[in-house]
Design a binder for this molecule. Structure first.
Ligand code: ZN
Length: 263
């Protein structure tokens, strides 16, 4: 019984399927012939005028007008720019740079392209290197260990190791003291390290020159020899501090006077 039911549908579909194939062949034949002709006949030679211009390449971004690296990449600022009073000092002074802690011997890289203007040893700064950059900028690297062949007049590219971290001068442990100034005015390096600026108008000169009036008491890991005794004697003679006053001198440096009450 089952074979009798299944047979007729096969015959019913035979005709429509054949017709459909014929239509498909007819429809495909015209474009297929054109494609074949294209393969055989060469493409017409384009005249120079008709040539399509090459797709415009996206222009590379212009290099930044100013680029500053961090002298010790990846290391944190341990003591910021601003008014600071060391425990043995009678008044606060402007800390004209940032202190970046790092082990002695770590390579110090120059922050921007420039020319070495000064190197040497100073009682306070210890071994130092100063580099002049374009547009009145200068950077200073202090408390250095070894100087890596830097001397006046040497041209350095941004990122070049110029010295190693040390503990020279009046230092309270192995670190780099790093300053940026422009035309003699100290700027907060935090506004420049690891940053690029497209034009002079983008430089954060105002923000970087600002000095908050608050005096930060510095915590030091190591006191200079004999200093604790000196301070104790001074305090005993003068009494305790009762207030502070900040002022900016003609040289642009901020000084803080601590008023001392007579005991
Ligand atoms: Zn410092």
């Amino acid at each position: 019984m089952a074979p009798d039911i299944q047979a007729p549908p096969a015959r019913k579909f035979a005709l429509p399927l054949t017709l459909g194939f014929a239509v498909l062949v007819a429809a495909a034949s015209v474009p297929a012939a054109r494609a074949l002709a294209d393969l055989i006949a060469p493409a017409p030679i384009a005249t120079p005028v008709a040539a399509a211009p090459a797709a415009p390449q996206p222009a590379p971004p212009p290099p930044p007008a100013y680029a500053f690296d961090a002298p010790l990449p990846g290391r944190e600022v341990a003591s910021p720019f601003g008014l600071r009073q060391l425990p043995w000092e009678e008044g606060g002074r402007l800390h004209e740079g940032v202190d970046i802690a790092a082990p002695s011997g770590t390579a110090v890289k120059v922050a921007a392209d420039g020319i070495v203007t000064r190197t040497g040893t100073d009682p306070g700064y210890g071994r130092f290197v100063e580099v002049r950059h374009k547009d009145g900028f200068s950077t200073l690297y202090a408390h250095l260990g070894r100087n890596l062949g830097m001397k006046k007049g040497v041209y350095v590219k941004r990122g070049t190791p110029i010295a190693v971290v040390g503990d020279s001068g009046r230092s309270t442990g192995s670190h780099l003291h790093f300053e940026i100034s422009r035309k003699g005015r100290p700027l907060n390096p935090a506004h420049f390290m690891d940053r690029t600026f497209a034009s002079a108008d983008d430089l954060p000169l105002k923000a970087a020159a600002r000095v908050p009036r608050k005096v930060r008491l510095a915590h030091v890991s190591r006191w200079p020899e004999g200093m604790k005794e000196k301070v104790a004697a001074r305090r005993a003679a003068k009494g305790s501090a009762s207030g502070t006053q900040a002022s900016r001198g003609e040289d642009g440096r901020v000084r803080v006077r601590i008023e001392v009450a007579a005991s």
